[in-house]
Design a protein around this ligand. Structure first.
Ligand SMILES: *[C@@H]1O[C@H](CO)[C@@H](O)[C@H](O)[C@H]1NC(C)=O
Ligand SMILES: *[C@@H]1O[C@H](CO)[C@@H](O)[C@H](O)[C@H]1NC(C)=O
Ligand SMILES: *[C@@H]1O[C@H](CO)[C@@H](O)[C@H](O)[C@H]1NC(C)=O
Length: 400
């Protein structure tokens, strides 16, 4: 009798909700380590780690790190932004032999602030290496704003020399030029795109695309991830909160055309959405432990009692698994997390680890004052593979 009663005491009630996140699902192959500390006042944020090369038109293998920069003299940095990159990095983001002083020794600009359109493009740019080219997509849509903001444009760098030429053209010495050809054509995406969700009344029903984009390939499909603002209610400091992620797919190219958006599904973080639930963006990439079948996404997520960089997997870019905690973060105010994941993952073949990168202390986010630094978190490929197999949503192809 006594024994039965004790067992009953230990059983969780049948109605208990499953945990929203899995805390210890990923096995680290080593501690989180600082890769680079940025100089005080550096505006670099929205990092993308992009491994290129091995293609006929672009044979040299190397790793690029892209980041958004902003003029520190502009509050919030929203109006004078550009994309810059570091190159010659190895998988751990140390320098290669060619650049012994390290991969962060000197950066080049990919864009300049010479036109509002180019500045607008740099605000939320996603970068993807695919089949011999670097694809980039960026731009907000807000036609009523005093500056040109009329949608997202796609750019393609098919060779290393095209990227070099873009860097040369954006040097400060270059005289004022008209916006590049590709920003004068047809946008890849407008705010009125099918399915796009924007509840903030100053933009609704059109999406502004204020958060950063991410592009990822799975099989022959290109998935685009964008900011969805799910809550229109005004708080004491304005219209924000309820930031979330929506995705659209293209079976043609990373440039689109993209099908309709739908808000992604992350178990534990579903409608009805509250202002306090914020997924600032998704950084999505091919899953290095399961490249043919799934994507891996990193979500900077803040909810009541929770601030994490969550890792989830998906086989369709729409339904994600429950999240594992890649790293903990903190609430920096205004429902933003103080730290962001970098977009992209590198693989260290020798140690069989997936290397994820985290931007600690994102400058000009909320009340962040700590030193801005990029860190590396090594996760064993076997652990990521086990997580993927056990957590991929129902209906995904499963391998033995
Ligand atoms: C990049 O652009 C910024 C803004 O125009 C400029 O201040 C900076 O000097 C440029 N850097 C390089 C390496 O061209
Ligand atoms: C994050 O914090 C939780 C709760 O304190 C802890 O259990 C977990 O181990 C932490 N995870 C990581 C990856 O630091
Ligand atoms: C930053 O803001 C958050 C949310 O308002 C608050 O919980 C936290 O204590 C603040 N941190 C600092 C260092 O002021």
């Amino acid at each position: 009798m006594m024994f039965t009663a004790m067992v009953a005491l230990w059983l969780p009630p049948a109605s208990a909700a499953p945990p929203r996140v899995l805390h210890d699902a990923l096995v680290r192959a080593g501690p989180e380590a600082v890769v680079h500390r940025f100089e005080s006042g550096s505006s670099a944020r929205y990092f993308s780690v992009v491994r290129v090369g091995g293609a006929k038109n672009w044979p040299t293998r190397e790793t690029f790190v892209f980041a958004r920069r902003a003029s520190p003299t502009h509050v919030g940095g929203n109006e004078h932004e550009w994309v810059s990159f570091w190159r010659d990095c190895d998988a751990t983001l140390r320098g290669t032999e060619k650049q012994a002083s390290g991969c962060f020794a000197s950066s080049q600009n990919l864009t300049n602030v010479r036109s509002p359109r180019e500045t607008n493009w740099a605000h939320n740019t996603a970068l993807l290496w695919d089949a011999g080219a670097v694809y980039a997509l960026g731009g907000r849509d807000n036609p009523t704003h005093h500056r040109v903001r009329d949608g997202a444009y796609s750019r393609t760098y098919e060779t290393q020399s095209r990227l070099d030429a873009a860097a040369r053209a954006s040097a400060p010495s270059t005289r004022r030029l008209p916006p590049p050809e590709d920003l004068r054509g047809t946008p890849a995406l407008r705010g009125a795109h099918a399915g796009c969700v924007e509840k903030r009344p100053q933009f609704a029903p059109n999406c502004e695309f204020d958060g950063r984009f991410s592009l990822a390939r799975l099989g022959s499909t290109y998935h685009l991830f964008a900011r969805a603002n799910l809550v229109g209610e005004k708080g004491a400091r304005g219209h924000f909160g309820g930031r979330f992620v929506q995705s659209a797919a293209s079976t043609t190219s990373p440039r689109g055309p993209f099908g309709a958006f739908s808000v992604v599904d992350v178990p534990g973080f579903r409608a009805p959405f509250a202002r306090a639930l914020n997924v600032y963006f998704a950084a999505v990439t091919s899953n290095p432990a399961d490249p043919d079948n799934s994507l891996v996404a990193l979500f900077p997520l803040r909810d009541e009692g929770l601030a994490i960089l969550g890792l989830g997997v998906s086989c369709d870019g729409k339904r994600f698994s429950r999240l594992a905690v890649l790293a903990n973060t903190t609430d920096a105010g205004d429902f933003r997390t103080a730290d962001h994941p970098a977009d992209g993952v590198l693989v260290d073949d020798t140690s069989q680890t997936a290397l994820f990168f985290v931007h600690r202390n994102v400058p000009s986010i909320g009340n962040v004052t700590g030193p801005s630094a990029l860190t590396r978190i090594p996760i064993t490929l076997s652990s990521l593979r086990a997580f993927t197999r056990s957590q991929l949503p129902a209906g995904c192809p499963r391998r033995p």
